[in-house]
Design a protein around this ligand. Structure first.
Ligand SMILES: Nc1ncnc2c1ncn2[C@@H]1O[C@H](COP(=O)(O)OP(=O)(O)OP(=O)(O)O)[C@@H](O)[C@H]1O
Ligand SMILES: [Mg+2]
Length: 252
């Protein structure tokens, strides 16, 4: 991995450019939301127009997240940490909400309404997500950089969703002052020849145009930068056709 301790002028320029995207993106977002939610002011919409506006809003959300992720990585390279106390359930729930927000907003409302761990497990199961947490761990508060841990988990869970056949499993443990998070799917897995390469920037396994649009090959490289910052590790376990299992370890 390249040494990122000293930022080049170009990195800073890129980060400022990315930062400046925030305003136009929120203007697009606000405009689309006004048209959708205030039809008495902006005029009635056809079903097709509603569909297009919803797609615009979903995509502004994705863009906002990409912008935040890039800025978060910049913060990491500078070694800036903003730590706080947050419970494990808050982390896992918010990652799931962010992911489902892009595909099924009604389901997100159902997730938000769940009151207990068991209820959440039952809600998620038919939608291909298995949670496996000890109830005590689920409620435990950890002291870490929330934005960074969330970005790590979101990237790994998003990958698992992209590659799963039928389910994604998220498990968590705390052993000897270390937080372990396991993210597993039952997809095709990662062939041994690629297992090192997937952590490099811009490496993706697909070659189609759709793949190039959806996969930038930046997620895992970013996860490594964030983990390095926190003294954490990422271990991959994948046999061909047996799915992929990623285990993140972060010292508490
Ligand atoms: N759970 C998984 N199962 C199978 N392959 C995976 C899995 N996670 C990652 N990979 C492989 O590793 C590659 C790199 O993953 P990475 O998250 O860095 O990039 P990406 O998902 O392609 O794009 P993005 O930048 O949007 O995250 C992927 O293109 C995919 O080939
Ligand atoms: Mg990814």
């Amino acid at each position: 991995m390249p040494d990122n301790t000293i930022k080049s002028d170009n990195t800073i320029k890129t980060e400022i450019l990315v930062h400046d995207l925030k305003v136009p993106i929120s203007v697009i977002d606000a405009g689309a939301k006004s048209m959708l939610n205030r039809q008495e002011v902006y005029g009635p919409l056809t079903d097709k127009q509603v569909k297009v506006l919803k797609r615009i809003i979903r995509n502004t959300l994705t863009t906002q997240r990409l912008v935040n992720d890039v800025l978060e990585l910049g913060r990491s390279r500078e070694g800036v940490m903003i730590t706080s106390d947050f419970p494990i359930f808050e982390l896992v729930r918010s990652v799931l909400i962010e992911i489902f927000d892009l595909v099924d907003t009604d389901f997100v409302e159902t997730i938000r309404k769940t009151q207990s761990y068991d209820e959440l497990v039952q809600t998620l199961e038919p939608n291909g997500v298995r949670l496996s947490f000890d109830k005590k761990i689920w409620m435990t508060k950890v002291h870490l950089d929330y934005a960074k841990v969330k970005q790590i988990l979101r990237n790994l869970v998003t990958n698992a969703f992209k590659h799963k056949a039928s389910f994604v499993e998220i498990a968590g443990k705390i052993i000897e002052k270390k937080l372990f998070l396991k993210i597993k799917d039952d997809g095709k897995g990662i062939p041994p020849a690629d297992q090192q390469k997937i952590f490099e920037t811009y490496f993706t396994t697909g070659s189609s145009i759709e793949n190039a649009i959806e996969s930038h090959g930046l997620g895992l490289a970013g996860v490594m930068v964030l983990l390095k910052d926190m003294g954490g590790t990422l271990v991959l376990d994948s046999d061909n056709d047996q799915g992929a299992e990623f285990v993140v370890t972060i010292p508490l």
